[in-house]
Design a protein around this ligand. Sequence first.
Ligand SMILES: [Fe+2]
Ligand SMILES: [Fe+2]
Length: 261
Amino acid sequence: MSGIRTVSPAELQEWGIELKYDAEKVMKDVSDPKMTGEEFVTYLEQNVFKKYWDEHYSWGYTWVMKDDVGAITSWLRLGAWLEWRFASTLGEALGKYAEYIDPEFYSLFAKQLAEEAWHWHIRYKALVHYGGNMDGFNPNIIPEWLDLFIGVLDVAKQDLNHFQIRFVSGINVVEWFSEPHHQGVVDACNKLGKYTVLRDVFEEIKEDERFHYSLASKTWAKHCDTPEKRRIAADIALNWAIPLFLLGRKKRHVLALQKKI
Ligand SMILES: [Fe+2]
Ligand SMILES: [Fe+2]
């Protein structure tokens, strides 16, 4: 994918990130002409996503268990910004590329857009509650988030006939990872018996993220009815989005604990 940022194996190694899947094997498996769209969803969830549950739960749990308000506000600054960025990206996708989106999904994407804007609102309120603000925030501190949340439109429009498959495989896919992470945060707040505002915000967002991921799984189930379409989805998710996301989240974890965001 020329012109689009992809993560190198050396970068993953430098940050201690392990890809828990064999992308080539996945590509081969999903090329089975008898596989249905629903089976493709089940395959990805069982053979790829679920392998990350414990790691992402643990990331969410450990940063809160540090019991460090500065680390929490550092995390929330980027979080608040990302919510608004995602809402903007969804708006651009719906505004400019609606003819390449299945109309049955219009209201689902619109609902997601409204929820991402709401998430901005409640994350920002939590940030202020814990004494933080957005002063001097620079989104370039972790460029992988820009590469992902803005770059997804470049990835999707490279092949307009498959715009929706490419879009959800490049962005909604990573929302699967939010549920374990947010659950880790909620459980850590409960364990510490504090940060109830943070806990309630993360509990609410966790429920919405499950729905946002479902826009990917619903798209795959309905539209990934050929080996070619399944390969497009798997290639973008496994070779582009997930490595970029894992690198961004790992950096965020490290930098938030250092209060550098
Ligand atoms: Fe969100
Ligand atoms: Fe979301």
